[in-house]
Design a protein around this ligand. Structure first.
Ligand SMILES: O=P(O)(O)O[C@@H]1[C@@H](OP(=O)(O)O)[C@H](OP(=O)(O)O)[C@H](O)[C@H](OP(=O)(O)O)[C@H]1OP(=O)(O)O
Ligand SMILES: Nc1ncnc2c1ncn2[C@@H]1O[C@H](COP(=O)(O)OP(=O)(O)OP(=O)(O)O)[C@@H](O)[C@H]1O
Length: 489
């Protein structure tokens, strides 16, 4: 990337989250990821540079060895000309969803340059071929079993399902999603199918589809018209049925969606994508800890053929879901067990503020930090060292609970000589694929009190709303509604 040749017209708005804004290059398969800040936050160029370097180091030295060489792309920090940044910022402004505009794109001079993960990562020479990509933000895939939990509901209903009630009440989303992360992480194909179907039907910010690098499906916040499953099926049909016309009529969209879900399940359970040493370096947390289904899940085992559908089939070791879940499960104490440790560290820092750098709370993200992640002991000896170790593990776990998985698929041409591990088959066609994990920025230490408060808010709201639902008066009201409806008929 040559700074003097940077031209804002070659870059397009690609997407954004709460902390960063991404633009993609029109021809080459790269993106620039910028930090975002509230207008009143004045970050110096040096601070931004340091922040981006921390993100890079964390990705490179911690998440890459943890999750797998092929899955994680740490990118590089690039310096960009100020006039290019100002013009780019103006250019993308009109494409940004209103709900994200509270924060502004940082134009202080640095950004992260990354491969465009909506494209194939394993075959950069195949840049131009038709491709589609599914981005899934799976969220937390397990139910905590920590002894520190004070409210039993947290051991029965997963955080995502509880949080749905609060999000709908606050107007963030219109409807409750029937997606439950525990179904997706179950390893049981029927449950995974159910989870993916619900993600497609009510995507919220948990699923997006890109075709040739462009967003074609997924909730751009309030723009609900993006979500037409028939249209999506129509768009993806050529990928699954290249000799078009083989299927037609009302069954068509349904068949395409079924094929899509089948291929996604296969990729998510595939354990040969990453050959990295990762699985050997990290201690293995038994996935059988705690329950493996959520009481609020809409999946009905009695409707499925398998009577063991709610039992964990188990994720194949090394598949992307297994690795993500392993990282998430570094949160072994739950925020309720973690918060007192945070307070212990805070008290210590009040007394010895100069010790902050020795505790390595803000990096560096190197071998020493990585070693701390391996210590899974839960014997609290009352030390600061124990508290810091658990805090760092929690931050890594929270990062993994908020990351996204990108699955890029491009039809394989028969005569191509490809590594068989990269080829994945649906019933009708073969695809070469790549899988990546994105948004692996370490969650800030300072966020812990906020997490603690939010946890109790989510739980209390959930308890209140299910109580309202179960209230006999409400049931009566519901039956009244029903009578009215019958009278109408
Ligand atoms: O707390 P959650 O589960 O709502 O997760 C937040 C996400 O909300 P979601 O529920 O996925 O819509 C939230 O996503 P949105 O902004 O809602 O798209 C962020 O990812 C947030 O992370 P950060 O504070 O920006 O680093 C996420 O916050 P963290 O909890 O990961 O810090
Ligand atoms: N390397 C990449 N290649 C292609 N698309 C990307 C890449 N990085 C990010 N994106 C797109 O940009 C969106 C926003 O990026 P990202 O999730 O990193 O933002 P964020 O602000 O950190 O998110 P969050 O709200 O979760 O904190 C992603 O959902 C994804 O669609």
């Amino acid at each position: 990337m040559e700074p003097e040749k940077m031209d804002e017209n070659e870059w397009n708005y690609h997407g954004e989250g709460n902390k960063s804004l991404v633009v993609s290059h029109a021809q080459s398969c790269v993106v620039l990821r910028f930090l975002k800040f509230l207008p009143n936050i004045n970050k110096s160029t040096e601070e931004v540079y340091q922040h981006l370097h921390n993100i890079l180091d964390f990705g490179k030295h911690i998440m890459k060895p943890f999750l797998g060489e092929n899955y994680v792309h740490h990118g590089e920090v690039v310096k960009l000309p100020l006039d290019f940044l100002k013009s780019l910022c103006l250019k993308v402004q009109s494409d940004r969803p209103e709900s994200r505009c509270e924060k502004e794109m940082d134009v202080s001079g640095y950004a992260m340059c990354l491969p465009n993960l909506t494209r194939l990562q394993t075959f950069p020479f195949l840049e131009c071929r038709p491709i589609f990509c599914i981005e899934i933000k799976p969220k937390c895939g397990f139910i905590p079993s920590s002894a520190h939990i004070t409210n039993e509901i947290k051991k029965k209903v997963c955080r995502f399902c509880m949080h749905q009630h609060l999000k709908v009440a606050k107007g963030k989303w219109k409807r409750i999603s029937k997606y439950c992360p525990l179904d997706l992480f179950s390893g049981n194909k029927q449950r995974m199918h159910f989870a993916l179907m619900n993600l497609l039907q009510e995507s919220q910010n948990n699923l997006k589809v890109f075709k040739n690098g462009e967003l074609i499906y997924g909730c751009r916040d309030d723009q609900e018209h993006f979500l037409d499953l028939n249209e999506l099926a129509h768009n993806l049909k050529p990928f699954f049925y290249p000799a078009s016309g083989l299927i037609s009529g009302p069954q068509c969209p349904k068949t395409v969606v079924k094929e899509l879900i089948h291929i996604l399940t296969t990729v998510l359970l595939n354990n040969s994508t990453d050959t990295a040493r990762a699985a050997n370096i990290m201690p293995i947390i038994p996935l059988s800890q705690g329950r493996n289904y959520c009481e609020a899940s809409h999946f009905c085992p009695h409707l499925s053929n398998s009577k063991h559908a709610t039992e964990a089939t188990g994720l194949p070791k090394g598949c992307i879901l297994y690795k993500t879940l392993q990282a998430q499960m570094l949160d072994m104490l739950d925020i309720e067990g973690l918060y007192p440790l945070y307070k212990r560290v805070e008290k210590y820092l009040e007394e010895f503020p100069e010790e902050r750098s020795t505790l390595l709370l803000d990096g560096p993200y190197d071998e020493t930090f990585f070693e701390k992640l391996k210590d899974l002991s839960l014997e609290d000896d009352g030390t600061i060292s124990y508290a810091v170790t658990k805090i760092q593990q929690y931050r890594v776990a929270m990062t993994a609970k908020d990351c996204s998985i990108m699955i890029a698929l491009s039809p394989a041409v028969q005569e191509e000589c490809l590594d068989p591990r990269s080829v994945i088959r649906s019933t009708t066609s073969s695809f070469i694929h790549s899988v990546s994990i994105l948004d692996l920025d370490l969650k800030p230490y300072e966020n812990i009190p906020h997490q603690y408060k939010r946890d109790s808010k989510i739980v209390n709201h959930y308890l209140k709303s299910i109580k309202v639902q179960e209230d006999p008066l409400n049931l009566y009201k519901k039956s009244e509604d029903c009578t009215l409806l019958l009278q109408k008929v």
